[in-house]
Design a protein around this ligand. Structure first.
Ligand code: GMT
Length: 380
């Protein structure tokens, strides 16, 4: 198939999923065209059968807000026509599904069909889509999509509840490439030595440091752990909450143990360095970072929110707590780090679960089958 993919190219789960999906599909022989304002950050630009098409957004003094959605729709229709795309797959409903809908309409005038699939990722429904300013158009674009997928059952239910839509939403979970995300004991021991002394526990947090991630809780949980055992915290990513987290680490006098590493392109090398991941989010429709950690044999201490309980089996592949219960999360982490046998059993159970359900090799065929069904339905 020839597939156009649009996503937010910067750091964030939906962009990661879209990019990894494109890479996996290209490896399976499909021709992939990314269409966005910048090259997605996990794309090297050298992958076979993948092209990137930049959306130029020109500005004029009259435009207080440059109309990206329109420029995107134009580029989508041009790329679809020139490269004879079979379908578009847009990640994150706003504004991508609206642009795709316009592109489809533009091409229909010349008798060309361009079905589009929308994948819902979370905040496009729970935050942005629930904002009255965006709700009606988001609902319209979802209803108009030729196919809709959501990354968890939780998000599917939320979408039905928020938008009152009756259309079919296929749940296709996030995935991880288990051949790339894995613990290589020698490589991870070498890398671990860069960050921690022997005998110190290593915790990791990976996100875009947005308020929904509760970064202050990450620091508070770690402070509780560091009071009990020698430990280090690797903060991977960047975003609006970073400076307040740095300030909190300083005021709790743990800044020498908390390493802010910024954005990292190869988290598969970094994650296996850790013993535990911390993900105390206010909400996660899935929690991709925890899945990537799980594949690397790193269990997660997380909050029991959104789609997280669908992925993490409490007490088996990780541990779940109420939002904001930083003391319970610190105590649980310390107990696990002191009981290495239990930690190891949890790590292995997580790896097995990742392989059994969430490996790219298991999930990508579901997308392919879904595309086929959309294409079949669209020629009728
Ligand atoms: O919150 C983020 O990390 C960004 C956001 C996005 O759309 O880029 O992530 C959402 O999509 C991810 C990939 O499908 C999910 O793993 C995250 O759980 C989801 N975030 C939220 O629901 C808050």
């Amino acid at each position: 198939m020839k597939i156009g993919i649009t996503c937010y190219p910067t750091y964030g789960g939906s962009g990661v999923v879209a990019t990894e999906l494109g890479i996996e599909l290209a490896q399976r022989g499909h021709e992939i065209h990314f269409i966005s304002y910048a090259q997605p950050f996990r794309l090297s630009g050298r992958e076979e059968r993948i092209q990137f098409h930049e959306v130029p957004v020109s500005n004029y003094p009259l435009f207080e807000f440059p109309p990206y959605s329109l420029a995107l729709a134009t580029r989508m229709s041009e790329v679809a026509e020139y490269y004879d795309l079979d379908l578009l797959h847009v990640h994150y409903a706003i504004p991508h599904s609206v642009s795709a809908m316009l592109a489809r309409q533009m091409l229909a005038r010349s008798g060309r069909r361009l079905p589009f699939v929308t994948t819902l990722h979370g905040t496009d429904i729970t935050l942005v889509g629930a904002d009255r300013a965006y709700l009606p158009i988001t609902k319209y674009a979802i209803d108009e999509s030729d196919g809709v997928t959501s990354i968890s059952e939780y998000l599917r239910c939320q979408t039905v509840e928020t938008f009152g839509t009756t259309r079919h939403i296929e749940v296709i979970s996030n995935f991880v490439n288990c051949d790339i995300y894995l613990r290589d004991p020698i490589a991870s021991a070498t890398m671990r030595a860069q960050y921690a002394e022997p005998g110190e526990a290593v915790l990791v947090h990976l996100s875009n440091f947005r308020p929904v991630k509760r970064i202050q809780d990450v620091i508070q949980i770690f402070a509780g752990i560091a009071r009990e055992i020698p430990a280090r915290l690797l903060m991977v990513g960047d975003g609006p909450e970073r400076s307040s987290a740095e300030w909190l680490a300083k005021s709790l006098k743990i800044s020498d143990r908390v390493h802010f590493l910024g954005k990292h392109d190869q988290v598969n090398q970094l994650l296996p360095v850790a013993d535990l991941m911390l993900m105390p989010s206010e909400l996660e429709s899935f929690g991709l970072a925890a899945l990537e950690a799980m594949a690397c044999e790193v269990p997660t201490i997380a909050t029991a929110v959104g789609g997280v309980p669908e992925m993490i089996q409490n007490g088996v592949t990780g541990q779940l707590f109420p939002v904001g219960d930083v003391d319970a999360m610190s105590h649980a982490a310390v107990a696990l780090l002191k009981d290495r046998d239990r930690l190891k059993a949890m790590a292995l159970a997580g790896r097995q679960e990742a392989q059994r359900i969430y490996c790219a090799s298991r999930v990508i065929p579901k997308y392919e089958a879904f595309y086929e069904s959309v294409l079949r339905a669209s020629v009728r």
